[in-house]
Design a protein around this ligand. Structure first.
Ligand code: ATP
Ligand code: MG
Length: 565
């Protein structure tokens, strides 16, 4: 393709709304353009990358025996009503009515629809196992769309669903998808780790996420370099190493005027946050609970909602009025002693002694509090893991890092097949509920992740596997006939060999053209300049700074070698 004929618009300025490297570069390189918050168009260069990423995933899925199909994105409500997710999705679901007033949604994910298809098409165990997938546009009205296509409201997902008769069968189907994902992400040159993930809200017996390590990732991963344990922080188990308990002292009331937060208490009392226990009052559905964690810890809301059995939408910190009603005090003085709502105690707090808590009286705290001084409904792991905490498997300190979730695989079990009555006849002629797995890849998000890991101050550095074009031929002066003739010749030669090549034939200064080609990340640059008459060109890789002067033939050969042709 010649740049003069392409829709080719790069931006010099860094767009103000873009906070991450990938978002900035995708806008600047002209891969995407914003239409509305979390809604983007893919321009020609971006679409080329998208198709390559899709094709890698498609090949690896097919390689493991999965079959591609295509479902509608416009979906009737009844299937989601049958599974209960019409309500569960809440405001995240885009909903609409047809002219007859019937409810529809734009599919956020398709478990129900695939289950229904298998229910209609599969009658006998002989048709199983089966893994079906699609690469399709999904819609989620995210509360905070951001970072471009990293978290958008319309995005491309590869979603696959496996159907088996037995849980051993599910294990095999799951393994196949695990392998396909590893291969696909490796082909995209992504440095990823696989972590244990929470499967609470979706039900099911196990789930793992594929995380790309990146500072801009919205997820936190805890991992252990000693034993290899890795988990999303929503899931990572927090343990307490055995330690000696102090003798309980007598509880005393202390005056703490104006000290409502842990920070204020720490400076007021000159004591470490580790001696305090925070009491946070939550509403989970209709139930109010008090959650106790050490002063320097955070409540893990995923663990809490799994315990309470409510959805994310139903869980929130209690409002100030409710806190006042339960504690008879201003916000900031809640404590477990004498509190009249169920108390959930973190396992770490259970191991503490002589700690400080709110006294349920404005301006006061209790010191020397011990577990015997109040009643707990439950003692469990309810906090979020932090750097240096003991690994739940081997006890050595874990590390934490941020990551981008590019894929998620899930042993679902019978949650959807039971709800939608998806059964088939087993070997004994008995109707059996089919067992499911589901497997998602954020296709458009993967592009952001690739750019996060493959760029420098000048722009994107595409891995060969997903580069929109492999080579750019840049005549220094497009108006110079000799240079242009040689550039055209190289361009035609590479094209004839099936190589995706751009000829930058614009009448721009060469510096501008170099900058653009660097920005859009083309792996090989061949520059045709003053030595065109001697058949000599410059050969440069985007990832290196070295420039080689080569004859025309050698430049072609180097290119072919580099591209493994
Ligand atoms: P997240 O926790 O990031 O919101 P999720 O766990 O809700 O994602 P899944 O339902 O597991 O997402 O969807 C499968 C994959 O789709 C995710 O692993 C992710 O890569 C991608 N994905 C999910 N939501 C978005 C989004 N809003 N924009 C882009 N990609 C997304
Ligand atoms: Mg997920």
């Amino acid at each position: 393709m010649k740049t003069s004929q392409m829709l080719f618009t790069t931006l010099r300025e860094v767009p103000a709304e873009a906070e991450t490297t990938s978002h900035r570069l995708m806008l600047r390189a002209g891969l995407i353009r914003k239409l509305a918050s979390g809604v983007y168009s893919f321009l020609p260069l971006g679409l080329k990358v998208l198709k390559k990423v899709e094709q890698i995933i498609r090949e690896e899925m097919d390689n493991e025996g999965a079959q591609e199909l295509l479902m509608s994105a416009l979906l009737p409500a009844e299937y989601y009503q049958a599974s209960g997710r019409w309500d569960v999705f809440g405001p995240n679901m885009f909903r609409l009515k047809d002219r007859g007033g019937r409810d529809f949604c734009l599919g956020p994910t398709h478990e129900e629809i695939f289950t229904n298809t298998v229910k209609s098409e599969v009658k006998s165990y002989k048709q199983l196992p089966l893994t079906l997938y699609q690469i399709q546009t999904k819609y989620r009205d995210e509360s905070r769309p951001r970072f471009g296509v990293m978290r958008s409201r319309e995005f491309v997902m590869k979603d696959a669903y496996s159907f088996d008769l037995t849980s051993e069968g599910l294990d095999i189907s799951y393994e196949k998808m695990y392998r396909a994902y590893c291969k696909a992400f490796s082909r995209m040159d992504l440095d990823y780790i696989v972590v244990d993930a929470d499967s609470g809200a979706m039900g099911g017996s196990g789930s793992q996420e594929f995380m790309v390590k990146s500072d801009t990732g919205e997820d936190i991963i805890a991992f252990c370099e000693t034993c290899g344990y890795a988990a999303n922080d929503e899931k990572a188990a927090c343990i307490v190493l055995p330690c000696e308990k102090e003798e309980p002292k007598e509880m005393i009331k202390i005056e703490t005027p104006d000290a409502k937060t842990i920070d204020e208490l720490v400076s007021f009392m000159g004591t470490d946050a580790k001696h305090f226990v925070k009491t946070l009052i939550y509403r989970g559905g209709d139930k109010y609970v008090a959650v106790l964690v050490r002063g320097d810890r955070e409540v893990n809301e995923t663990k809490l909602l799994n315990y309470l059995g409510c959805t994310e939408e139903e869980l929130e910190l209690a409002c100030a009025d409710k806190v006042r009603e339960f504690t008879k005090a201003e916000v900031g003085f809640a404590g477990p002693v004498g509190l009249d709502i169920p108390v959930i105690c973190d396992n770490e707090v259970y191991a503490m002694s002589n700690f400080i808590v709110g006294a349920n009286e404005t301006g006061y705290h209790f010191d020397n509090v011990n577990i015997k001084d109040f009643t707990c409904e439950a003692v469990l792991d309810i906090r979020t893991i932090t750097d240096g905490d003991p690994c739940p498997v081997c006890g050595k300190p874990v590390k934490t890092t941020s990551g981008i979730e590019v894929g998620h695989i899930f042993k679902l079990g019978t949650k959807y097949t039971e709800a939608l009555d998806c059964t088939c006849l087993d070997e004994n002629g008995k109707q059996t509920t089919i067992i499911m797995g589901c497997y998602g890849i954020g296709v458009t998000r993967s592009i952001s992740a690739i750019i996060e890991q493959h760029s420098d101050e000048n722009g994107i550095i595409w891995p060969l596997s997903v580069a929109p074009y492999h080579v750019c031929v840049v005549p220094v002066q497009a108006s110079n006939e000799e240079q242009m003739a040689l550039a055209e010749k190289i361009y035609e030669d590479l094209k004839a060999r099936g190589i995706e090549v751009i000829l930058d034939d614009r009448n721009e200064r060469v510096g501008v053209k170099f900058k653009d080609m660097d920005l859009i990340g083309i792996p090989v640059r061949i520059t045709v300049g003053k030595k065109a008459g001697e058949n000599i060109v410059e050969y440069k890789l985007r990832k290196d700074s070295e420039v080689l002067e080569l004859s025309y033939e050698d430049a072609i050969n180097e290119t072919l070698k580099y591209l493994n042709r």
